[in-house]
Design a protein around this ligand. Structure first.
Ligand SMILES: Cc1cc2nc3c(=O)[nH]c(=O)nc-3n(C[C@H](O)[C@H](O)[C@H](O)COP(=O)(O)OP(=O)(O)OC[C@H]3O[C@@H](n4cnc5c(N)ncnc54)[C@H](O)[C@@H]3O)c2cc1C
Length: 565
């Protein structure tokens, strides 16, 4: 009788268990051994902020199934996988085809031979290289241990002030979690904006929302030092010298792929710092696969290798590696659009594909962008705002990326854009998209399609848009376009941009056309709440002979700067 194939999986959180279970499902006779350094398996790390924030109270829900927790017994009984908790793999000997391990509780060491290995060692949180990182009161939110620590902070209810270092996805989610625990919170971000998967003006909308919660946000200023007394954190000092008192600091400045084992085993590491894999998830050694946060993968739009430490991708890659390790290389993973989403208090922010900044950085210079604001469903059904920015190639109309923020259903918008990107759709392809419609769910023309319509109008020259950033730069540069607010007088009384605008409601425009500048070449910029009425007004003004009429994209709803009122 032939010897059973042995597949060794290293790492037991997201990608590892998925790979192990898939391998066993694919080859019932294979012996699958999974080593996990942590005491728990299959932790829902993406759920940590919600556990800390008190959305649920039972810790086991992070590691649970319908019938209990995913412990080693569960893996043996249900998945047929020999899962070993608190056991670290210390080396991979590729000549002997053997991995060495050490049990972190008993100290017992051992070796196991393999036919195939799947590395799923995840990523390690980065620490800023500043003094004081060893003080008590500084943590990351990367492991169950971190989640337990921060949950205890919530339950003890003693900490009054905290800072979050880093305004990315995890930083922002942690900010919300701690704010919900009644802690006064400040997010400190070195870059000029939060959430760098968004363009600046989209991120600014999120930042404005965070500040209303309230939570403090400091951008463009990094940490210089953690300050402490008697070994305990008392505050932080910023690069501009400002000191912020705090008893807790959560560091969320990104993660680095955990490639120590792979590097020591002589496997190829890519320029991004992640383990190199091909489309089969195979490393430079055909008997070793790698998946999850420890690898680099292709961006499907740019074709460049990227790090994409995301839970959904880790699981998808795990399935591919598990199946391939159990058979031959029969399934592939095509790369990522870097689709992501996060919740920020009452807002969500998501993106897929390239932002404008990323596209330009990659050398796409002939691109067109547009920003569109509208509710996600009719007002009578409680419609909530969505602001979307799309980026497309000017010549082909091919969509390169989309971002969406707001209190509305951002998730569905981004999911739709991700499918459009996967299919390689152009703006034209989306104009008559057949999406589901009923008032509880969407507008008759969904926000997604409206965004495509606005982009089409722009590309066909029917609408000349101007972004908030371009308009602000004009005003700051001393230009004085003729700005028309086309809303009604009551709306104008309530909210105002205060950028030198003139109020001419769009239903009076045809009768008040002589109030526009005599010079028909003068730049005229129209806006309203979302710029829907502004577009109609711009068409009237154009038809009356003015040559340079523009629409403020997304209107007041997408205006990232302060309002006069
Ligand atoms: C707070 C938080 C929120 C997140 N939110 C989202 C989200 O909303 N959406 C999203 O897509 N992604 C999110 N992520 C990212 C997502 O959790 C990760 O992409 C995913 O967990 C990666 O899975 P992985 O298996 O590659 O790595 P990990 O989940 O990090 O697991 C790796 C495991 O390998 C073990 N290990 C390491 N070295 C060894 C060794 N030598 N021997 C044995 N075991 C070892 C580690 O102990 C660890 O348990 C979030 C992450 C965090 C921390």
């Amino acid at each position: 009788m032939s010897r059973k194939k042995r597949i060794v999986v290293i790492g037991g959180s997201a990608a590892g268990p998925k790979a192990a279970a898939k391998a066993k499902r694919t080859d019932y006779n294979a012996e699958v051994v999974m080593f996990q350094k942590d005491p728990d398996f299959s932790m829902a790390s993406c759920g940590y902020p919600y556990y800390v924030g008190g959305y649920f109270n039972d810790r086991n829900m992070l590691i649970g199934t319908a019938t209990g927790v995913r412990d080693s017994q569960y893996f043996i009984n249900v998945k047929g996988v020999d899962a070993r908790p608190s056991t670290e793999v210390t080396a991979i000997d590729r000549d002997k085809k053997e991995v060495s391990f050490r049990n972190l509780i008993s100290g017992k060491e051992g070796e196991v031979t393999y036919d195939k290995v799947i590395i799923a060692t995840g990523a390690t949180p980065r620490m800023p290289p500043v003094p004081g990182t060893d003080l008590d009161g500084i943590t990351t939110l990367q492991s169950m241990k971190d989640a337990d620590y921060l949950r205890k902070v919530r339950d003890d209810n003693k900490i009054k002030e905290a800072v979050v270092i880093g305004g990315g996805l995890i930083g922002i989610e942690t900010c919300e979690a701690l704010q919900r625990a009644g802690i006064e919170i400040t997010v400190v971000e070195l870059l000029p904006q939060l959430l760098t998967f968004l363009d600046w003006e989209m991120a600014k909308l999120v930042e404005n929302h965070v500040k209303t919660q309230p939570a403090n946000v400091i951008t463009g200023n990094g940490i210089a030092e953690f300050l402490g007394t008697n070994g305990r954190l008392t505050g932080i000092k910023l690069q501009n010298g400002t000191e912020l008192p705090c008893e807790l600091a959560v560091v969320a400045v990104g993660v680095s792929p955990n490639v120590k084992l792979a590097r020591e085993a002589g496997l190829a590491i890519g320029a991004t710092g992640g383990i190199e894999v091909d489309k089969y998830m195979q490393t430079s050694d055909p008997d070793i696969y790698a998946v999850g946060d420890c690898i680099e993968i292709y961006n499907r739009i740019s074709g460049k290798k990227v790090l994409a430490p995301l839970g959904d991708l880790a699981n998808l890659q795990g399935r591919v590696a598990g199946e391939n390790a159990a058979t031959e290389n029969i399934v592939t993973f095509p790369g990522t659009l870097q689709t992501g989403i996060c919740k920020i208090f009452d807002y969500a922010a998501g993106s897929t594909g390239l932002s404008e900044a990323q596209a330009r950085q990659l050398g796409y210079d002939d691109i067109v962008t547009t920003i569109v604001a509208s509710p996600d469903k009719p007002g009578f059904m409680g419609g909530l705002l969505l602001v979307t920015k799309i980026v497309a190639e000017r010549k082909s109309g091919k969509i390169l990326g989309a971002q969406c923020v707001g209190p509305g259903n951002v998730n569905r918008q981004i999911a739709q854009w991700a499918m459009a990107l996967m299919a390689g759709h152009t703006v034209e392809d989306l104009i008559n998209c057949d999406l589901p419609y009923a008032p509880p769910f969407s507008l008759a023309i969904d926000h997604f399609i409206t965004a495509a319509h606005v982009m089409q109008n722009k590309m066909k020259g029917r609408m000349d848009g101007i972004s908030s950033v371009e308009l602000k730069a004009k005003l700051d540069g001393g230009e004085s376009p003729f700005i028309v607010d086309v809303r009604g007088p009551d709306e104008y009384k309530e909210t105002r941009l205060g950028i030198g605008e003139v109020l001419i409601p769009n239903d009076t425009l045809r009768n008040r056309i002589d109030e526009l500048p005599e010079d028909k070449t003068r730049e005229i910029i129209c806006y309203c709440v979302t710029s829907l009425r502004a577009y109609e007004s711009a068409l009237v003004i154009r038809a009356e002979g003015w040559k340079n009429v523009r629409v403020l994209e997304g209107g007041i709803m997408a205006w990232p700067y302060s309002l006069e009122r």
